[in-house]
Design a protein around this ligand. Structure first.
Ligand code: TXA
Ligand code: MG
Length: 337
């Protein structure tokens, strides 16, 4: 997008939420806080509004967006639900909505979501967030809001309004500041359109919680390790400018440390995700930590971020997935800045 916009800063009070809703209804771009990360919202029914999301983020157009709604009833009105899929969708909504779960469902013939937001697919990703501000905003708009994470495509996701402004100030119409996000990693994306549900992205609702409700779920044993074999997927994502070294049991003189549990003893510049080894705390501190180590490490002449091992359970699966993508080799365009 070549035009420069004046990005309005809105506080998450009644007036701010009303103003944000008004802008969205007028086809404008508004970033808003959810419990997972900040989303970059636009009216999902409007191809032109949605096109502006792709332009502001520099996001490939074949990558579909999640549509956000205020409750399960309005979400399911966008889908075409029958039989087993319907039962499972309602059970999942009952347990996890509002919350950090995104369901991929058959797209309904009455869906108002634009082709561009759905990337032309006959499925639709739907989510009812539990962040208070997000819910109030969605209620006020009363229509599906398409919202990817509010960052330049491929870079670290924003868990705070200041992160949004650092990359999108002047490229979007407003940001609705509801403070830091409580969960801190994106929603879990579960595809219900196959015979067995497929976990497409580990996130804020854990695989263990989903399996307890749905039975067997298809998923790579460890998302992170399985990535490079998935042809055509954009592996590099959530990428700081410094390279990341995974599962580090030592820290080298040129490295900043992303610690988990007791930090490695000879570490200099360190961000501890959770000194007590708590995965919820670690997820909430992940993206802020990557940003901090990247900026401060670069300033101090460090050339790498070493990440201590994270367990493959609970929210650890989502954290490992984000770290692995942060560690992937960057496409040339990103490597060149
Ligand atoms: O927590 C979140 O989910 C945040 C907040 C803002 O809600 N949103 C977010 O959106 O992370 P985004 O666009 O960064 O990630 C959406 C993911 C992508 O991996 C996309 O490929 C997938 O959902 N997705 C969307 N529609 C899909 C569909 N019809 N089938 C399969 N995957 C889909
Ligand atoms: Mg994203």
């Amino acid at each position: 997008m070549s035009e420069t916009l004046n990005t309005e800063r809105l506080t998450a009070d009644t007036n701010g939420i009303r103003r944000a809703a008004e802008l969205l209804k007028a086809g404008k771009l508004v970033a808003f806080g959810t419990e997972t990360v900040y989303g970059l919202g636009a009216l999902a029914s409007s191809d032109t509004a949605v096109a502006r999301i792709f332009a502001a983020k520099g996001r490939p157009r074949f990558n579909p967006l999640i549509s956000h709604l205020a409750d399960a009833e309005s979400a399911f009105a966008q889908a075409d639900l029958h039989g087993r899929i319907k039962d499972m969708a309602y059970a999942l909504a009952d347990k996890f909505w509002p919350g950090p779960l995104t369901m991929v469902l058959p797209r309904g013939s009455h869906s108002t979501v634009s082709d561009l937001a759905a990337a032309g697919l006959n499925t639709l990703a739907l989510r009812v967030p539990r962040g208070k501000t997000a819910l109030a905003l969605l209620r006020e708009v009363g229509a599906p809001i398409a919202a990817p994470s509010a960052n330049i495509s491929g870079t670290v996701s924003p868990s705070d309004a200041s992160h949004v402004l650092r990359s999108l100030d002047g490229r979007i119409d407003a940001v609705l500041d509801s403070g830091p996000c409580s969960v801190g990693v994106e929603s879990t994306v579960l595809d219900l359109t196959r015979d067995t549900p497929v976990l497409l992205r580990p996130g804020g609702v854990t695989l263990e919680e989903l399996t307890a409700l749905c039975g067997p779920i298809q998923h790579p044993d460890d998302f992170a390790e399985a990535l490079p074999s998935s042809p055509g997927r954009l592996a590099s994502h959530y990428a700081p400018s410094l390279p990341v070294r995974l599962d580090a049991y030592d820290v080298r003189p040129n490295e900043a440390l992303l610690a988990f549990g007791p930090a490695l003893s000879n570490a200099g510049l360190t961000w501890n995700l959770s000194e007590t080894g708590n995965l919820e705390e670690a997820a909430a501190r992940l993206f802020a930590g990557l940003r901090f180590l990247d900026a401060e490490g670069t300033k101090r002449g460090l050339t790498c971020i070493a990440a201590q091992p994270i367990p493959r359970q609970g929210l650890g699966l989502a954290i490992r997935d984000r770290l692995r993508r942060a560690a992937e080799p960057r496409p040339l365009s990103q490597a060149l800045g």
